[in-house]
Design a protein around this ligand. Structure first.
Ligand code: AHG
Ligand code: MN
Ligand code: MN
Length: 350
């Protein structure tokens, strides 16, 4: 024990580290699906993440905060940083040359790119360039989310969306970048989840969270509870159940809601918990989008030992029909997601 006046030693020595790029290259040796092209694709995404990070970190100093004055296909006002993040991702993926199709929250349709390149490996990437972008105006956390699929070697260009829109189980990889008190790149290729923290002094993402597992004892629940009166009675009952004291330990779960899915998800992934964006009267399909919000996070959470559901169905099994389709989402610790499903079936406890 240290006295009140004695500060315990804090080591700031840099441990032997592994960079994201080194880690990706090591995966190439271990897994046949991790080809050079796939490694370059992840590298392109990490470069875009660093550039987006640079903009976010200086946002208050430059004229990049606030709205552009345009509305995206979702009917939402675009923030300047939404547009900047979208542009940087598209630029990095065009330059890298490995991605053949982009689907973005900020674009009404998918965008074919690098069409003339001779390659057998064709990738489609869906992304939410800046998630929780209303937080940029108030210096709170935001994120980027991405989801990667293979495209077939041959397809009719006019019908590319038919082959690109695959169930989440078919994702080759998925990840997010959390621009929080530090910046983290978290991703999975279906072999567990690994998290890398950006060391700004050397401009590299370094492995800081190997093999992330969501804790089995949940600590947090996250939902926009201002919508409570709009929720179904079964969901209201579940929320009351979440608020009760654990009869054995007397402990109570805590409520946290930042209003940026990436940040709320990331915290709950590390602490254990559940994030919910259910259907409401105003959003009968929920708010979050299947292709670039729910599916990638569902793959990550399952790979970390958790679960993701619409309330009745596994997210990853859904057959998508539209680039921007929305889904109700219950995601996090398996026990809490299953409990939510039970309540929504009318089988919850009183
Ligand atoms: P985006 O900024 O990409 O449109 O996403 C915003 C989403 C999500 O990040 C967040 O959890 C949710 O909207 C918050 O919505 P409410 O304000 O309705 O709670
Ligand atoms: Mn979003
Ligand atoms: Mn967004």
């Amino acid at each position: 024990m240290h006295s009140d006046h004695e500060i315990p030693p804090i080591s700031n020595a840099i441990e032997p580290f592994i960079t994201l790029e080194q880690f990706i290259l090591e995966q190439e040796d271990r897994f046949p699906h991790s080809t050079g092209a796939f490694s370059r694709l992840l590298r392109d995404l990490s470069v875009a993440a660093k550039i987006i990070n640079r903009n976010i970190r200086r946002a208050g100093l430059l004229d990049i905060v606030g709205e552009v004055g345009t509305v995206n296909v979702q009917g939402e006002m675009q923030k300047k940083l939404d547009v900047i993040a979208e542009r940087e991702l598209e630029r990095a993926l065009r330059k890298g040359g490995e991605c053949c199709l982009i689907g973005s929250e900020e674009q009404p349709e998918t965008i074919p790119i690098n069409q003339n390149r001779e390659t057998k490996e064709r990738y489609a990437i869906f992304f939410d360039p800046l998630d929780g972008s209303s937080n940029t105006d108030v210096n709170a956390s935001v994120g980027t989310i991405f989801s990667i699929y293979h495209l077939p070697e041959e397809y009719e260009p006019a019908h590319v969306l038919d082959v690109a829109l695959q169930p989440g189980t078919q994702q080759v990889a998925a990840g997010y970048v959390a621009y929080g008190s530090s910046t983290m790149f978290v991703y999975t290729t279906g072999d567990g989840v690994n998290g890398f923290t950006l060391d700004p002094s050397i401009g590299e993402f370094l492995l800081s969270h190997p093999n992330v597992r969501i804790p089995s004892t949940p600590q947090m629940y996250s939902i926009n509870e201002a919508d409570f009166d709009d929720f179904d009675a079964s969901l209201q009952a579940y929320l009351r159940w979440l608020k009760r004291r654990n009869p054995e330990t007397g402990a109570r779960i805590r409520s946290r809601y930042i209003g940026a899915f990436v940040s709320d998800f990331h915290r709950n992934l590390l602490t254990g918990g559940i994030y919910m964006y259910p259907a409401t009267a105003a959003s009968p399909e929920g708010k979050l989008r299947l292709m670039y919000e729910a599916n990638p996070m569902a793959l990550i959470v399952e790979q970390a030992g958790g679960a993701a559901s619409t309330g009745s169905k596994r997210i990853l099994d859904l057959a998508p029909t539209d680039l921007h389709q929305r889904v109700p989402l219950f995601i996090g610790s398996r026990s809490l997601v299953e409990k939510a499903e039970a309540f929504l079936r009318g089988e919850g406890e009183a």
